[in-house]
Design a protein around this ligand. Sequence first.
Ligand code: SAM
Length: 203
Amino acid sequence: MAPDALGRLTALGRTVSDRGLLARALRRLDDGHGLAAKIAAEPRVEEVVAQFASRLLDAFGPLSALRGQAVLDIACGSNTSRSPTTGLRTAAFEPWMCRLLAELGAHPVGVDIGDLDGETFVHHRVDLAVAGALDFLVTGSFDAIHESRLFGSPEFRAAHGRATERIRREIHQQERRLLRPGGILIHSDGRPAAASRSPHLGQ
Ligand SMILES: C[S@@+](CC[C@H](N)C(=O)[O-])C[C@H]1O[C@@H](n2cnc3c(N)ncnc32)[C@H](O)[C@@H]1O
């Protein structure tokens, strides 16, 4: 019998321990957020969750290493986010990374311009295009920062035009400020995500 979507996502784990942690987290995402039904309605949701799980496995090695880690997710997705191609609300851009991180025992903090009311992880509604939008977050307070599909999104580029590069530079400067020495940066702008250690301690 072909595995179902949650089974396929669980199989991304590279060890018995990671598959166990993933299986539990995915079951909880299903109970709390209807993950399987959303995948059935929009197969793209499976792709997004698979990407996020793979990025965590690549960046952290064993998923058990995530326990207790403070992780900032920039433009984390929201319950009002829309598809840049159809303009319609999509479950693909709900805050799956923060939800997954929370179920894996990390302490995610999500920032997004969209609605995150009702989410149990720490979240802030901010417009990242406004100068100093992340000033309120404490320097060096994150073990990892994830930034995915904000600056690459046609929606953001259409809204901010030539200012996009200036905003991108400011947000990246903020990321360097917010990441603790030796912390992990996971970036993607439509390309496969790359994870790197913060250079400023050489750890
Ligand atoms: C394409 S979705 C990506 C969601 C998630 N990061 C991912 O990789 O699937 C882009 C997200 O950026 C958010 N966003 C767009 N413009 C923003 C802004 N000016 N400030 C904060 N968030 C913004 C949207 O609300 C949406 O959740």
